[in-house]
Design a protein around this ligand. Sequence first.
Ligand SMILES: NC(=O)c1ccc[n+]([C@@H]2O[C@H](COP(=O)([O-])OP(=O)(O)OC[C@H]3O[C@@H](n4cnc5c(N)ncnc54)[C@H](O)[C@@H]3O)[C@@H](O)[C@H]2O)c1
Length: 316
Amino acid sequence: MYRRAGRVDLAAAADISEENLAAFQEKFAARRAFSDYRQMLEQVRPAVVSICTYVGLHREMIEACASAGVKAVICEKPFVASPADLTAVRALAERSGLRIALCHIRRYLPAMQRAVELFHGGAVGRPTLCFASLDGWDLSEMGSHWFDLFRFFNGDAAPLWVMGQARVTNQRGFGHAMEDHAVAVFEFANGCRGVLEAGRPHPGGFNILLAGSDGTIRILEENTLSVDSCDGRRVELFADHPGSGWEAMWDHLLQDVLSWLDTGREPMTGLGNISPSVELNLGAYISAVRGDRVDLPLQDDTSEWPVEILARRAGG
Ligand SMILES: NC(=O)c1ccc[n+]([C@@H]2O[C@H](COP(=O)([O-])OP(=O)(O)OC[C@H]3O[C@@H](n4cnc5c(N)ncnc54)[C@H](O)[C@@H]3O)[C@@H](O)[C@H]2O)c1
């Protein structure tokens, strides 16, 4: 993505793993390489930093970037590990002017953008339900994309509440406890509900169902829309669209971040717009911890990954 951008110099890479850093350098040849990201920030003073580590490291890395005068951070999802981290990072961005974009690159897929046009635009009537199973994946490492997409399909409506339940035993991955099975039910300000199931294989795979008062839209393989309404069935194919490739999504994200730096206009993947999706995601787990519905915006000062709390309770 950086290599293709033309106006970006890939100044440095940092990784605590010697092996991974060497592999990165072999493929991308950044001008300098560091085992300590703080040294990299101090010595290189980069303008833009991609944070591609696990969620538990994001807050401290963002704080270090702000201290080193970084102008923009492109941060992986899930964004932060706790409600307390989210509050702190939002305050930091406000205070320092650090621009933070999240890698919710699926927003750039032509099929997803067309789904917004149709669903939010009323092609199947009033939006009533978004459903997906994460086909074995969890509510955060993969589910964070889907929470965010469901908001996207509803014109980035504010989420009002979320009820979450999770079975957690001893599964770990990406540096944190992970659920075996979980479900989240939530509502957006336009009245549309979302239902997201995680942790169990599902015959529908990752496919998404959007139901309206007058029909349905199914998003298949992230590149095909099947629209059923009183006019019959219509299928729209996006697999061969030039914007549907993996590289195109990332290029779009970087262009948005660079133009944010140039013009001051925050893109749809900026923290300001994505923040309610992060609250919805964390809120689903907090709901499971509390055994109660969580109303949004999130009022909570939990300072650890909520699934760790559930894992401790389960004796994991
Ligand atoms: N946006 C997307 O589409 C997308 C795609 C894949 C992965 N991800 C996300 O990216 C994150 C990383 O996933 P992954 O599969 O690439 O993991 P990974 O284990 O392959 O890579 C993580 C890297 O971070 C390095 N690292 C760990 N601690 C570090 C530290 N203190 N300083 C510097 N480097 C450190 C590790 O050595 C490793 O090389 C996850 O949160 C995942 O959800 C997002």
